[in-house]
Design a protein around this ligand. Structure first.
Ligand code: ATP
Length: 355
C-alpha cells in the first residue's frame, strides 16, 4: 500500500519547463527512496504560451483541476513580448496566488558556498553565514488593486498600498510561527516613518508579537533593510513585509547567495500550496540548457515538507542534504554561479547525491 500525493506540474514559459523537468527528476528519484509514498503528477498548460495558443494565460478549467492537487509545482510564467493592452505582462503566477488565497510567501535565503556570494567573509568554514527567510504578504499591499479597471486616457495612474487587519495579522502570525521553529527572531520591514498603511502594519505586528513572548523582534525601514542585507545579512532570521517590498527584497536576498537560480519559494494558503523558484522566465537564457535548477529543486523540498507526512518530510531533508553535498564541490556550478554545468547535469548530480 502506498500513499498517493497528487502534484500539479506547471512548467510555464521561458526557462520554467527546463528547471521544472529537473525538479520532477529529483522528485522521482526521492520517491524511489520513500517506499510508502507515491507521487501522481498531472501537467497543466498555463502562462504566456498558453495565452498565445488559447487566448487565456490561466484557463478557469485548468485552475479548477489545479485545486484538486495536493500541491502545485510551478516553473515561471510570463514573457516580455506577450502583454495585455495596458502594457503589463501576463502574470498568471500572481493570479494563482490571489485566486487560491496563497497569502504566505515563504522565501528562504541560504548561502551554500563562499564562491556563490559577492560578499566578502561569508560562507567558508569559520566565516559568517547567510540564512534567513523573507515572509512576503502575497495578496494585498502595493499589488492589491493592480487588476482594478481604470478609466482610459487619464494623465495619471495610481497604485494603492492596501493593508487590512486580517491580512496583516495572518501574515505576521505566520512569520512568528516560523521564527519559533528557527532562531526565534522576527524583523518587520516597513516604511512606517512615511506611509500610514505601514504604520498600521507596524501596529498589528506589535500586537501579534505579544502572543510570541519568546521571539525577539526588531523593526527596520525597507530602505535601511536594503543596506543591512548587504552589510550584515547574518543579523536576520525571519523577516516579514508587504507584497512589493517582499518582491524586491527577495531578489536582493537571492543576489547575495548566488542569484535567482538559488532562491526557492512557497506560496501558502490554508488549503493550497504552490512551490516555485523565486525567479522569472529569464527569456535571454531560455532554451540554452544553462539555467540553474537548484531553486526549483529546493522548492520541491519545501513542497515535500509542507505535505507534512513523516516520509515526505524525510524526502525534503534528503533533497536539502543532497543539494548541500553537490554544491560543496566548487566545480559544481552552473553558468550563473560562474561554472559550466548544464541544467540537466546539475539535476543528475542532485539525484546521485540522494542515494
Ligand atoms: P519576474 O519579473 O518574472 O520575476 P525578472 O524580470 O525579475 O522576472 P528573472 O527572469 O528572474 O527576471 O531573471 C533575472 C536575472 O536572473 C536574469 O539575468 C536571468 O537570466 C537570471 N536568472 C533567473 N533565473 C535563473 C536561473 N534559474 N538560472 C540562471 N539565471 C537565472
Amino acid at each position: 500500500m502506498t500513499i498517493p500525493f497528487k502534484i500539479a506540474i506547471l512548467g510555464g514559459d521561458g526557462i520554467g519547463p527546463e528547471v521544472v523537468a529537473e525538479g520532477v527528476k529529483v522528485l522521482r528519484a526521492v520517491e524511489a527512496l520513500l517506499p510508502v509514498i507515491r507521487f501522481d503528477l498531472v501537467e497543466h498548460a498555463v502562462g504566456a504560451g498558453e495565452f498565445l495558443r488559447g487566448g487565456d494565460p490561466l484557463p478557469g478549467a485548468t485552475l479548477e483541476k489545479m485545486k484538486e492537487a495536493d500541491a502545485i509545482l510551478l516553473g515561471a510564467m510570463g514573457l516580455p513580448s506577450v502583454r495585455w493592452p495596458n502594457g503589463v505582462e501576463m502574470t498568471p503566477q500572481i493570479d494563482i496566488r490571489e485566486k487560491l488565497d496563497l497569502y504566505n510567501g515563504v522565501r528562504p535565503i541560504h548561502l551554500y558556498h563562499e564562491l556563490h556570494t559577492p560578499l566578502k567573509g561569508y560562507g567558508a568554514a569559520g566565516q559568517r553565514t547567510i540564512d534567513f527567510v523573507i515572509i512576503r504578504e502575497n495578496c494585498e499591499g502595493l499589488f492589491s488593486e493592480r487588476l482594478t479597471p481604470r478609466p482610459a486616457g487619464r494623465d495619471f495612474e495610481t497604485d494603492t498600498m492596501k493593508i487590512t487587519r486580517r491580512g496583516a495579522e495572518r501574515i505576521c502570525r505566520e512569520a512568528f510561527k516560523l521564527a519559533l521553529k528557527r532562531r526565534q527572531h522576527c524583523t518587520l520591514v516597513d516604511k512606517a516613518n512615511v506611509l500610514p498603511s505601514m504604520a498600521f502594519l507596524r501596529k498589528i505586528f506589535d500586537e501579534v508579537a505579544r502572543d510570541f513572548p519568546t521571539v525577539t523582534t526588531d523593526r527596520v525601514y525597507v530602505d535601511a533593510m536594503a543596506l543591512f542585507l548587504v552589510q550584515r545579512p547574518e543579523a536576520f532570521d525571519v523577516m516579514v513585509t508587504e507584497n512589493m517590498f517582499g518582491d524586491i527584497l527577495s531578489d536582493l536576498g537571492a543576489g547575495i547567495i548566488g542569484g535567482m537560480g538559488m532562491a526557492p519559494s512557497a506560496d501558502l494558503g490554508e488549503t493550497h500550496g504552490v512551490f516555485q523558484p523565486s525567479h522569472g522566465t529569464a527569456p535571454t537564457i531560455a532554451g540554452k540548457g544553462i539555467a540553474n535548477p537548484i531553486a526549483t529543486i529546493l522548492s520541491v523540498a519545501m513542497m515535500l515538507e509542507w505535505l507534512d507526512h513523516p516520509e515526505t518530510i524525510r524526502g525534503a531533508r534528503l533533497i536539502e542534504s543532497a543539494v548541500g553535498k553537490v554544491l560543496a564541490e566548487p566545480t559544481h556550478r552552473t553558468a550563473d554561479l560562474g561554472g559550466k554545468l548544464p541544467t540537466t547535469k546539475m539535476g543528475d548530480l542532485v539525484c546521485q547525491a540522494l542515494g
